[in-house]
Design a protein around this ligand. Sequence first.
Ligand code: ADP
Ligand code: MG
Ligand code: ZN
Length: 634
Amino acid sequence: MAEKEPNEQETPPAGSGFKGNFLWIYLAFAILLYMLYLRGASGGMEEISQNHFESEIMPTRAVDKIVVVNRERVLVYIAEEARGLKLFEKIDQNNAGPHFFFNIGSVEAFENSLKTAAEKLDMPPLEIKYKTEVNWLQSILSWTLPFLLLIGLWLFIMRRAGGGAGGGFNPFDFGKSRATVMEGANRVLVTFDDVAGIEEAKVEIREIVDFLKNPERYTRLGAKIPKGVILIGPPGTGKTLLARAVAGEAQAPFFSISGSEFVEMFVGVGASRVRDLFKRAKERAPSIIFIDEIDAIGRARGGAVSMRTNDERESTLNQLLTEMDGFGVNSGVIVMAATNRADVLDRALLRPGRFDRQIYLELPNQAERRAIFTVHLRPLHLSDDVNIDTLASQTPGFSGADIANICNEAALIAARYEKASVEMADFYSAVDRIVAGLEKKTKIISAREKRVIAVHEAGHATASWFLPHADSLLKVSIVPRGKALGAAWYLPEEHTIYTTQQFLDRICATLGGRAAEEIFFNEISSGALDDLEKVTKLAYTMVAYYGLNDKIGNISFYDSTGQYEQALQKPYGEQTAQIIDEEVRLLVETSYQRTKALLNQHRDKLETLADLLLQKEVVMREDLEGIFGMRGRA
Ligand code: ADP
Ligand code: MG
Ligand code: ZN
């Protein structure tokens, strides 16, 4: 595969040999024309005032004739015999004139003033000729100059937008994608060994590389090679790194581009860039296209906030969808994409046949952090006291990028003190600096907050363990993930219908976090936002949709057609609304009291679990059974 063709990256097509500096040619031309115009305007004449003409020149009686041009400029010719006079010494004897000029406001006023002057001097009125002259230069300039300026401006913007640092620029290249092809001398040197801790993702990605290397192995059995793989996960978890590793290992042309590069200020560019990118990739198949930060183009279309301003992004997205549908299943082009905003992605992008593989990356846990530390400590000169396990255990919530940063920062600190090797103390300083620097990110957590989170999660776990109808618990963790500071994994039972008891137990389990906080710290925190949201929704559905409330009775205000939502009005009256609100409040309050009673009853176990969580970050089902005993099934 992958013949080593000459690197085709950004070769300017023939015909763009201007090298961009023809802007200067335009400019020089314009300046030249303007100077010609200026010269032509006053060619050899001396400008005087009308007053000077009437009081100095007329009395010499040397004026041969005067010509009024275009009713605004008076040209004065001096008679040949008078040219030797002292007043006219600047005039060349052989110059036939005009010799002087001045501008006038109105012809009538000029004529009157001239007549009076002549009467005063007691001489016959001067003969005035009138002439209309077209100044070709001036009219040409007045037509072309604005255009020249516009063209110049346009070229300037194009050059800026085209990002043509150096290289040749052709305005017609604008719709071409600027994806970089990585191969040959340009090859990426990252390998899978540089990516640590995300083993599951690596397994899936390895398969992609294998598809490209031995497509026959899969197609022989009738399997279809996936068209698209999307990497989803919080920032710094190694999405871009993983894609680069694919480029390094696949030995196939790798087209890399960032989503935002499709969307520029010029309309229509995005779509044509997508088209061009796919065309280039298909020509070089088997190949990989990598679109980083795809949310820049892949945002859901037609949301409430999106007005017509998003047309450009929409057409780019549509083009991308079309291209992904357009190429055959086994065409040998695999599209990879990465994003940390999967929630905003258009659903059409994620449907099978496009990005049919979705790989979720998460913030690393302790063991994974250890692996990432191993990778990034490799190039450092370490002192013997550096303990990689301690490092991994003391960096909860850190992403791969944070860890890479710590290692580098520690080395910098050690270098500052001119140490022979990087010591553990340097790592502690680096962690401190990064934690302080990242404090705004809620994901890095103080010891006290960590304890609150541990108690909160232990509260959920305890409540759900002892509620017969709650889902059974798989594991509890206080590794922050995304927005959540901790999490409990449940194995939801497949119910198609829920009884009132099941609803109530779920509400209680969800309230367990806040209840535990109140019991242990006698104060509650903002950490229960998600829980309360869930509880409130559950309670509302019980009362208003499922007819599970005595006061409301067997009435459902559920609307499967979505018409109420559009009408923006509630299908019930003021009084019913009040009853619903009251009942929901009552329901949640009763459940909260019930949860608190339950947790008080099992307070010691809850505390044991919280301590274990602080120690291990993640507690699995076996340990939970060790604390709580076997769980009776509902
Ligand atoms: P993102 O997911 O935001 O694209 P990157 O892939 O750009 O994150 O990661 C930034 C840097 O963090 C990488 O260049 C690498 O040094 C480090 N890094 C992140 N995740 C890992 C990992 N799993 N293993 C090793 N290094 C990692
Ligand atoms: Mg990235
Ligand atoms: Zn919670």
